[in-house]
Design a protein. Structure first.
Length: 195
């Protein structure tokens, strides 16, 4: 379920101090009910997810099209990402977050962990179109439990980045994120807590 921006902006997340120049694109409630101790499980699940595993053929097709366009136009070239076109957000971290583990690696996607706390995790990706952050948080569900919440923050790269974000907005909201969120919930229900 898509949430209002305030579900993210009113929380005292550390990402606010680290990426104030990023635009909040979306906030989503994740169907991942659990207890206070379950956030590490959510982080592991997100880091190990593969976009090719989504049951939505339309979402898989859009990912394939995006990869093909990225290859044709050089959007994802090695010199377009972190450490080349943009600095990693780890360079902005305060000492306490820099001293802590950044979080897990992503075996199946081009994201890099930025920081991990007991209730939030940020990971970033950059290419010629955008520098983006996936922010996962563990929030109370209002019924004595907890659930995951995902925010997407973006810093477009010039006119190309702004045009790209406008062009993909309807696809993100209608084709990509709804099945992704459902797939997340399915994986949460079927993956053992220790996996």
């Amino acid at each position: 379920m898509r949430l209002p921006d305030t579900a993210h902006t009113r929380q005292p997340w550390r990402i606010h101090e680290i990426a104030p120049d990023f635009h909040l694109e979306d906030v989503w409630a994740l169907p991942t009910p659990g207890g206070v101790e379950d956030f590490p499980r959510l982080v592991r699940l997100a880091a190990n997810r593969d976009s090719d595993d989504t049951p939505s053929s339309a979402a898989r097709a859009l990912v394939a099209i995006r990869r093909k366009l990225g290859a044709w136009f050089g959007w994802d070239a090695p010199d377009s990402g972190l450490g080349s076109r943009v600095q990693t957000l780890r360079d902005r971290l305060p000492a306490d977050l820099l001293a802590a583990p950044a979080g897990p690696e992503f075996p199946n996607r081009p994201f890099t962990s930025v920081y991990l706390t007991e209730t939030e995790w940020a990971a970033e990706v950059a290419n010629r179109t955008v520098h983006a952050v996936m922010h996962l948080a563990w929030v109370t569900d209002g019924n004595g439990g907890y659930r995951g919440q995902m925010a997407v923050l973006v810093k477009p790269n010039g006119a190309l980045g702004h045009a790209y974000m406008k062009a993909i907005a309807p696809f993100r909201h209608l084709v990509v994120y709804p099945p992704l969120i459902r797939h997340f919930g399915q994986a949460w229900r079927t993956t053992p807590p220790s996996a």
